[in-house]
Design a protein around this ligand. Structure first.
Ligand SMILES: Nc1ncnc2c1ncn2[C@@H]1O[C@H](COP(=O)(O)OP(=O)(O)O)[C@@H](O)[C@H]1O
Ligand SMILES: [Mg+2]
Length: 255
């Protein structure tokens, strides 16, 4: 089982978009995938069309040990793709994680119980330095960092790299950063906009030795695909799917 988290410390950087597309694509390729929604905004849960019923356990109950890990996992409408959902109440776990003393390792520990059931665990991480974020990052063997090809994205990259370094220095992140993915790269016809070009150049400067992977183009088709719960290739937009195929290639090469 490989565990990969999508981390970027600002909203709107493409984290949930990446996890959604990677999950569907890997599942379609026959891999057993568990998507974990580690963000109380719960967009991933919503995108995967899961409604949390009042008495159903979610990531919250798995983390605080009220239920077994398997009991917080649900099938989705996609073959091979399973979800550990969340809703707004996930914030309640912060106190438990903070008081446990080993909060950063709790998700990793809980996932151990299901390691033989899945090939890949993909984690959508809350964009703040919260206890939830710490435990999500602590569980990751690999991290992907999507950042908008804009000033906000450059700042998110700087914050995220600093945060991961801090966590690594206290051994609370023991993973490898596989790559940075520029998000909403804008082109007009065959020409990349100046803003995108300049911001991606800046992203490359801050990336250092970390690979900057193929960018995700700015396009309404992504929202359309998500709305229909489909892959871009399933709505006739296979070209736009290339960055996700590349991420899978990089992940696969790690095995
Ligand atoms: N390629 C794209 N071009 C433009 N907008 C996009 C694209 N992909 C996703 N979006 C939209 O951008 C917003 C932010 O993406 P999201 O993945 O939710 O970011 P995060 O999870 O980092 O907050 C969402 O409203 C999403 O629908
Ligand atoms: Mg999100």
């Amino acid at each position: 089982m490989q565990t990969c988290a999508c981390v970027s410390l600002s909203g709107g950087q493409g984290k949930t978009t990446v996890i959604f597309n990677l999950s569907l694509l890997l599942a379609q390729q026959g891999k057993k995938v568990l998507a974990v929604d580690c963000d109380p905004q719960a967009n991933l849960t919503f995108y995967l069309n899961h409604e949390v019923e009042p008495n159903q356990p979610t990531l919250l109950e798995v983390l605080n040990g009220k239920v077994q890990t398997e009991d917080g996992i649900y099938s989705t409408t996609h073959e091979n793709l399973f979800l550990m959902p969340s809703d707004r109440s996930l914030f309640k776990v912060s106190e438990y994680l903070a008081s446990s003393g080993t909060g950063a390792f709790i998700l990793k520990l809980r996932l151990k119980a299901v390691q033989n059931l899945f090939d890949l665990v993909l984690i959508d991480v809350q964009p703040s330095r919260s206890q939830i974020c710490l435990t999500a990052v602590g569980a990751a063997d690999y991290a992907l960092i999507p950042v908008e090809a804009a000033t906000k994205g450059v700042n998110s990259l700087i914050d995220t790299l600093e945060f991961l370094e801090e966590q690594a220095s206290v051994m609370a992140f023991n993973g490898k950063v596989l790559g940075i993915i520029p998000f909403r790269d804008r082109w007009v016809g065959l020409t990349q906009t100046l803003e995108s070009r300049e911001n991606i150049a800046t992203i490359k400067e801050f990336a250092g030795d970390i690979p900057v992977l193929p960018s995700i183009r700015e396009s309404e088709q992504f929202k359309r695909a998500i709305r229909q719960g489909k892959l871009l290739s399933d709505i006739g937009q296979k070209d736009l799917q290339y960055p996700f195929e590349k991420m899978i290639e990089v992940l696969t090469n790690e095995r």
